[in-house]
Design a protein around this ligand. Structure first.
Ligand code: 13P
Length: 254
């Protein structure tokens, strides 16, 4: 049995000004457990990356929320992988459902971004998830398998091991509807079995798979008690630094 270090990732989305971001960082610095206990990550707006990287404590990690897959070019308003990397981010969120649904990102683009991440030594946090109608028509496994298959196309075992997968059912994001811990665990087990199919059991058992979607301080513990849930990707509730510390503390006890 492999020990998978739990991950707490706060996705700030398009929230926080510079001052609010700094206030958060100063409030949590010094309270983070070591990264071999919990990997604590802030997924920050690109414009704040550099600021946060300079001030992150030694046990906090910074992720970008998006990047283009091309090395560089005439893409007004976009950020390149090298820009994200040299701003100091270590992780990159890829394929968040808001990117897929609002900005029409496709599975193929997700795969291109996975390869761009590895090229620039950024560790992907790959988001997958199903819509409500998919869940209700019992097609969740099929849809997630397909998202995984395309996202990991031509990704090597060594690269797969650097990836964190976040399972975020779209119907649970920002809605207050959480998947029950059992439901989330069953789906995450299916995700792990698909990864085992792609890379073998040995690799699949080492990849961290997070749950995301209306995670709150009062449901985090029950979620983390489940066998295959290795942490959480949290939006709204993790904007508050006290909550973030509570999430991290809960993961420390996993
Ligand atoms: P909420 O926690 O606000 O539901 O957001 C989840 C999410 O999208 C994290 O990436």
């Amino acid at each position: 049995m492999h020990k998978r270090v739990p991950v707490i990732a706060a996705n700030w989305k398009m929230f926080k000004t510079k001052d609010e971001a700094l206030e958060f960082i100063f409030a949590v610095n010094g309270h983070m457990p070591s990264t071999d206990q919990v990997e604590s990550i802030i997924c920050a707006p690109a414009i704040l990356l550099n600021l946060l990287v300079k001030r992150e404590g030694e046990n906090l990690r910074i992720a970008a929320q998006n990047m283009h897959y091309k090395d560089e070019g005439a893409f007004t308003g976009e950020n390149s992988p090298a820009q994200v990397k040299t701003a100091g981010a270590e992780y990159i969120l890829i394929g968040h459902s808001e990117r897929r649904n609002i900005f029409n990102e496709t599975d193929e683009e997700v795969n291109l971004k996975m390869h761009a991440a590895f090229k620039y030594d950024l560790a992907p946090i790959l988001c997958i998830g199903e819509e409500l109608d998919v869940r209700e028509s019992n097609q969740t496994k099929q849809v997630l398998d397909n998202q995984l298959e395309i996202a990991f196309k031509n990704v090597t075992k060594e690269q797969a091991l650097k990836t964190i997968v976040a399972y975020e059912p779209v119907w649970a994001i920002g809605t207050g509807k959480t998947a029950t811990p059992q439901m989330a665990n069953e789906t995450i087990k299916d995700v792990r079995s698909k990864l085992a199919h792609l890379y073998g059991n040995e690799v699949a058992m080492q990849i961290r798979i997070l749950y995301g979607g209306s995670v709150k301080t009062d449901n985090i513990e029950a979620l983390l008690e489940e066998s295959d849930i290795d942490g959480a990707l949290i939006g709204g509730a993790a904007l508050d630094h006290n909550n973030f510390l509570k999430f991290v503390e809960a993961a420390k006890n996993k």
